[in-house]
Design a protein around this ligand. Sequence first.
Ligand code: G
Ligand code: G
Ligand code: MN
Ligand code: NA
Length: 250
Amino acid sequence: RLLEMDLRAALQRDEFEVFYQPIRDVASGRVVAFEALLRWNHPQRGLIAPIHFIPLAEETGLIVQLGEFVLRSACTDAASWPDDVDVAVNLSPVQFKSPNLIASVTEALAASGLDARRLELEITESVLLQNSEATLTTLHELRAMGVRISLDDFGTGYSSLSYLRSFPFDKIKIDRSFVSELATREDSMAIIRAVTGLGRSLGIVTTAEGVENDAQLELLRREGCTQAQGYLFSKPRPASDVAMMLEGPR
Ligand code: G
Ligand code: G
Ligand code: MN
Ligand code: NA
């Protein structure tokens, strides 16, 4: 069982590492971005996935420090990539509400020299649940810096279409549950079609998550989905594998 002190010790011992998963443009096959995904290199337990420690980090507030580590690592790593390759960073709702957020992003960009337009921040619908003035102000401040904002896990949670009206998102990430059932469920196909159509009409990029096979990719291409991400291309891998993951469009 993980405890707050384990997380604190791990931060101090530098046991966290950012992995990257490529995101490809569906039409050209080119890698256009990588999503930063946090891992914990535990000395005894090995690699621990975020579902096992993010909730505790959120409860204890340590997510703010952890999130700053991810932002700094992601911006520093991305600064060494080709400049037409972006980086996407997940923001916890707790981190989003922290008064440090704008300063953390500003600092990560300044320290790395990364162009703000190459940074995408992924937020989930839960951030928008209260739809408070403060949330919208933060989103607009980030946007004014040049940072782009993605709506992650779209279609899960409360998924109100009014979220798309409350803020001009740059990207919608279609949750992988819809992609996994694409070939077997008519309704998943219909939902993907509706969301890609919505993206087209609103001028918002759509990214399908969890793409695992060529049949799914082909269906997404046919629906005009902009980008795809998933094990078909690569699992999340260490920063040292990015050059390899950038190789040739498939
Ligand atoms: O890496 P994996 O595919 O196991 O990620 C599982 C979940 O953990 C996803 O919902 C993802 O958004 C979340 N996650 C991964 N890395 C981070 C991170 O750096 N910050 C936050 N807040 N969530 C993350
Ligand atoms: O919630 P979020 O979209 O931020 O997190 C992405 C999560 O999805 C990570 O846990 C990542 O490891 C996982 N993932 C990425 N690609 C695939 C895939 O093709 N199949 C499955 N099952 N999971 C994936
Ligand atoms: Mn994400
Ligand atoms: Na997601």
